[in-house]
Design a protein. Sequence first.
Length: 132
Amino acid sequence: MTCEFAGPRYNKLMKVNPVRKIFSETDRAYLAGLIDGDGAIMACIEKHDEYEWRVRNQEDIKNLLRMFTPFMKVKRKQAELARKILESKINQFPDLLKVARLADALSQLNVRSKGRRKNFVAMIKENISPND
C-alpha cells in the first residue's frame, strides 16, 4: 500500500509493508494525532483531486481507520462515519442513498467542506433514476 502525502509539508511517500506490518501503539497514536490535528477524513461520490492524503484502496483505508480511530480525539466521529461508509454494501438504489446520507453527514462535520460541500443525496436523485 502506498499513502500519498501531498502539499507543502508532505513531499514524500510512506510505504507500508503489504503483509500488513503492525504499527506499534505509539506509532498509531502519533499518526492519529497527525490526522486529528492537520488531516481530513472525507467521503466523495465523485472524482476529486484536492485530497491532501490519498489512499487508493478501500481495504487499506479500512485498515488505517481501524488502527487510528481508537486514538483519535477530534475527528473520531468522522472516522466512525467513514468506516460505516466503507463497510456498506451497495446492491440497490436505496443502498446508494444510504451511503450518500452518510457522506453528507461526514461532510457536515468537516470545517474545510463548508461552502464547497455537495449534497450527495440530492445530486444522486437528480442524476440517476431509481429504475436504473
